[in-house]
Design a protein around this ligand. Sequence first.
Ligand code: XMP
Length: 502
Amino acid sequence: MGELILVLDFGGQYKELIARLVRGLSVYSEIRSGDISAQEVKRLAPIGIILTGGPNSVYEPNAPKCDPEIFALGIPILGICYGMQMMCHMLGGEVKCGERGEYGIVDAVMGKSVLFEPGNSAVLMSHTDCVYKLPDGFLCTATTAACPIAAYENASKGFFGVQFHPESAHSADGQQLLRNFLYKVCAARGEYKLDDYLETQIIAIGEKVGNKNILLALSGGVDSSVCAALLTKAVPGQLVCIFVDHGFMRQNEGDEIERAFSNQNLHLIRVNAKDRFLAKMEGVIDPEAKRKIIGEEFIRVFEDEAAKLGEVPFLAQGTIYPDVVESGGAHGATIKSHHNVGGLPDNLAFSEIIEPLAGLFKDEVRVIGKKLGLPDSLVNRQPFPGPGLAIRIMGEVTESKLSVLRISDAILREELDGMGLNQYFTVLTDTYSVGVKGDYRTYDPVVAIRAVITNDFMTCECAQIPYEVLLKVSSRITNEIPSVSRVVYDITSKPPATVEWE
Ligand code: XMP
């Protein structure tokens, strides 16, 4: 097995960012739960461990802790924020509640360390507690005005801690710090290459599948499209792509997907299952219920199609690593059940599920897609959730609401295309408001605009769209769709909000 960095999760928001940065530095990383046993860590044999931040205080009764034996494995460890405090506490030091918290970009005075150069450096801080007394054998290596021990180390054991967030782009030398940890402390060789991942998958799929057929859920999104390209390469001629049109696609999207893939060298079946899905949505209001029901219905449709095709023992899915992590499948708390993971029922009629992208982050999937020769328009397509417009309609999903949402979404996309935003769409809220059209009072639903700028969709900022563009979108939506009373703009970041409303 190649070099591995384990990112142990203590509930921090940035675990995926850390893991992705490590991979960007050419070392393979995986996220595991903070309570992983030392024995399992030993089996995985990582070259280094990163302990993430988290919301707890180490003295809280249920504060998460790692297996103390991990400190005896002789593996270098970097603790970040809570991870730093926890390591200090578990090794005999003391942590205390800071007199005032420290939030935002602050100036740190860095001392001598293999991880950074001495001098001043801007770092992102976000903490209340801080390390107060170091365990024996540890040295303080950085300070800030509010945090006397902003970094520490026991270099001979390979233990390092930083109170700030090196994974944040706001920490000026953060990336270099991570690089130093990987290469100078963990002695990484930096062998992780996406080409290897691709080759390994192609060989593994070929061996596993033999001459049998695979069914793939093709949605036209980046993940399933790249998955289709990869599977076509691994087992040419054995891939049957089923595009389940659940009726929750955007304007004309179903036809576009069918057109895009009908020219390619694969067997594409389009299943028009709109009525089936709409019937399942009757009376369903809860977002998680919608996601689960749609996910499950998807599988049922596949089973029905598979039955028509004869024996198709393998089902492929375009699940990617963040889906697995966010669904709690790997090791985290469930934020949202992602369509392609959370909705998966236990009683599958397929003998095996193949998820060739399940170890990859989104940007890695795009790189693989390009390597496989997919066009830019497909590889850089803005994301669209598996449950589609159903989770952009608050409350019960009906055909008439879908039609309102589709038109408003098409208008928004017409006006915002080309502005360089990462994702933009409309949401049909379940809020009604009074308006006036002509001489009549109206009482109709409110449409919200969501438009975000993000690197990785794990965090995002609302896009700063010029007012004149927003005004035009609002005017077009309210004029072209008489049953919309007003248009509002969602200006919330993630966190605390998510990109989608449901
Ligand atoms: P959230 O709403 O979790 O969304 O901040 C982050 C990104 O993921 C997309 N998304 C999904 N993608 N299946 C998917 O394939 C899903 O169930 C799903 N839910 C959200 C969302 O559009 C955004 O790009």
